[in-house]
Write a protein that binds this ligand. Structure first.
Ligand code: GLC
Ligand code: GLC
Length: 659
């Protein structure tokens, strides 16, 4: 007798028993499918199946075919494990905390823009290694509609690549080479939606009810039960979240563009089908999957259909699936939502990694205001996460900057959040008098006035404007801002992620305006090509690119010598000066003075005085047996006294206690 979800929820023993029976029933067929991997596979299955069963029942317990679907899924897992390449099986056996190292460094790029194709990318491996990169996110490279595929985020087939880049076999080969060179490949798992050209969508359009049930095919009345409470993501491109489908006369759910059809995860066949696509990518060599738009994957009428509890259950179920079939595979969350919601996706059993949009947005906010209160108060509340997980700290990515922060914290600081966001938009699009930035507005919502900002790091940090004005001092400030931003993502704790092109200070590219399929999406201003000539500039000291690249390298190399910056804890400190940002890293795994590092950052272009280092030194003296009378700045090597310190404009200090 199969138990119901209610009975199982009420009894952990019953859950264990059900899982055992299920495994026993399938043992013979699973063993055949898992082949040589059977011993490892069956041990992992035994350990994780109760979790997967509980999640599956929670999501699909009401479906008549729930157990049948689960059995199909388990067979898929065994088959995938049996087919897993040997080098990945070796990865599976290792512990997976590689991202907590002082040398862990990420890069993200579009293959075509950065290197032309897969072959070209292979040729750029030496550059990546020289830069220190050991995690490489290759942005969407799958078969996708032409000419507009939302930058590849509308996928027509998860098992085929864009022909111009090369074949899937060539991608798998490239990923194996990256692994060999110590670089972990990261791919997107675009699982909230497929392109309307995907074969499932094609069948749905042809009237097949089985595939219409892969998506949301709504009557007007059904649509209107959901529509009023939804957020619009691309309001300049189109209004609402639904697209009429002429053949059926129905309305298809499309959160993003009208050609991106949201998948219906209430259907277990969809979960299983997408699990198969996910595991396929894992076996091609992806070490990490970036879970794209994960906040949107579960819908319930009357809610905003973002961050719903069952969205978490879906992701946890995928995680359990990965732990059984492809355990080296890690997930990275792309939740660009309220800070309280972002952290909920981070767990060893959900996403081990997560973008840190709060840090990203507030670093820019602090540079604009020269004040760090919002940054400090926000991170005090929202930086701590599970110790076995990590933030992916970034400054820029291929998308826009949305001004994410908790309105309640802003109000507490006497800041009106809406006015503040307006100010930040004005500032970064260069409309605010005295602004250093040259960004571009993205998706102004005519109803709410909401807006976001696009632009490359160098343009937003002031390089572009300083060059236009021929102002040397402004240029020096712009370079100092870039150095400052890099210093924080490299030292605050987590995996720093460079958006390739930014390390060379490449500026905005407005050529997208001449392309009809791109001109309405200003994010293209920050999706720039990187030429051989530009790469060559990295080693030249007399070019601006070279200076930007080398100041970054200095930070990367200094960090690599400080293990406390890898696995240490982070405490956000309250500075005694409103222009300074301060945090303390500590590690019990490091012996001696370098088990502590005090980081001070001046967000203004004026000198700032602080006594924070003095009070921290007193605490260091108490905590450590050896005497500490002053500090050494790990970045410059300069020894500083234990008294009050003066930071130069935009100066950054990485302070280690000194006897
Ligand atoms: C993510 C991607 C973005 C895309 C969206 C829809 O946010 O980063 O580029 O538009 O998902 O897939
Ligand atoms: C993301 C975010 C949204 C972002 C968009 C495209 O998923 O939720 O804020 O701007 O997709 O960049």
């Amino acid at each position: 007798m199969l138990a119901t979800i209610e009975e199982i929820k009420a009894s952990p023993q019953l859950l264990q028993q059900q899982a055992r029976e299920l495994q026993q029933r399938l043992n013979r067929s699973l063993k055949t499918l898992a082949r040589q991997q059977w011993p490892q596979f069956s041990a992992r299955l035994e350990a994780v199946l109760p979790e997967l069963l509980a999640l599956y029942l929670e999501l699909y317990g009401q479906q008549f075919d729930c157990y049948y679907q689960l059995e199909q899924l388990l067979k898929l897992l065994a088959k995938v494990a049996g087919e897993r390449p040997a080098y990945l099986c070796a990865e599976d056996a290792k512990p997976q905390q590689w991202f907590q190292s002082e040398t862990a460094l990420g890069g993200a790029c579009y293959v075509d823009l950065f290197a032309g194709d897969f072959k070209g990318l292979e040729q750029r491996i030496p550059y990546l290694k020289r830069t220190g990169i050991n995690y490489l996110h290759l942005m969407p490279l799958f078969k996708a509609p032409e000419p507009n595929s939302d930058g590849g985020y509308a996928v027509s087939d998860y098992r085929s690549t864009q022909p111009s880049l090369g074949t899937m076999a060539e991608l798998a080969d490239l990923m194996a080479k990256l692994h060999q060179q110590g670089i972990r490949p990261v791919l997107d798992f675009v699982f909230n939606h497929t392109a309307d050209e995907h074969r499932w969508a094609q069948r749905a359009k042809a009237g097949d009810p089985e595939y219409q049930n892969y998506y949301f095919f709504f009557s007007e009345a059904e649509r209107d039960r959901y529509a009023p409470s939804l957020r619009e993501i691309f309001p300049e491109i189109r209004r609402g979240c639904f697209t009429p489908e002429p053949n059926s006369g129905k309305h298809v759910w499309t959160t993003f563009n009208s050609f991106q059809w949201d998948l219906n995860y209430a259907n277990p066949a969809v979960f299983n089908a997408m699990a198969a696509e996910m595991l396929f990518l894992a076996n091609q060599g992806a070490a990490v999957l970036r879970l794209d738009a994960l906040a949107f994957v579960w819908k319930e009428a009357g809610t905003c259909c973002e961050n719903l509890p069952k969205a978490h259950s879906v992701i946890k179920a995928f995680n359990a699936v990965a732990r059984i079939a492809t355990p080296a595979l890690q997930f990275k969350s792309e939740a660009i939502v309220h800070p309280d919601e972002v952290v909920k996706y981070i767990a060893p059993t959900e996403c081990q990694l997560s973008y840190n949009p709060l840090l990203m947005a507030l670093l820019w906010e602090s540079l604009a205001t020269r004040q760090t209160r919002l940054l400090t108060e926000s991170l005090k509340r929202r930086f701590a996460i599970d110790r076995s997980c990590a933030w992916v700290n970034y400054i820029r990515c291929h998308d826009d900057i949305g001004w994410t922060f908790d309105d309640a914290i802003a109000w507490q600081l006497g800041v009106n959040p809406d006015h503040h966001r307006q100010f930040l938009n004005q500032f970064y699009t260069g409309q605010f008098a005295g602004s250093f930035a040259s960004g571009v507005p993205f998706q102004q919502n005519p109803q709410t006035g909401d807006c976001r900002v696009a632009g490359m790091l160098a343009s937003l940090a002031g390089v572009e404007r300083a060059l236009q004005d021929g102002n040397e001092q402004h240029l020096a400030h712009a370079l100092a801002r870039i150095y400052l931003l890099n210093s924080v993502i490299l030292s605050i704790g987590g995996l720093p992620l460079l958006y390739l092109g930014d390390e060379l200070g490449i500026g905005n590219d407005h050529s997208y305006l001449a392309e009809p399929a791109k001109k309405d999406d200003s994010r293209w201003v920050n999706r720039v090509a990187v030429t051989d000539q530009q790469l060559a500039a990295a080693t030249q000291t007399d070019t601006l690119s070279g200076r930007i690249y080398q100041q970054l390298q200095q930070l990367v190399q200094c960090r690599a010598k400080l293990p406390v910056l890898g696995n240490g804890t982070t405490e956000i400190l309250t500075p005694d000066n409103p222009h300074l940002f301060a945090y303390l890293r500590q590690s019990a795994a490091v012996t001696g003075a370098a088990s502590r590092c005090l980081l001070l950052v001046n967000f203004s272009e004026h000198q700032q005085l602080t006594r924070l280092a003095q009070t921290q030194l007193a605490q260091t003296q108490q905590a450590q047996t050896q005497p500490a009378n002053g500090w050494q700045d790990a970045l410059s090597g300069v020894v500083l006294p234990g008294g009050p310190l003066t930071l130069q404009p935009y100066q950054v200090l990485w302070l280690i206690p000194q006897a």
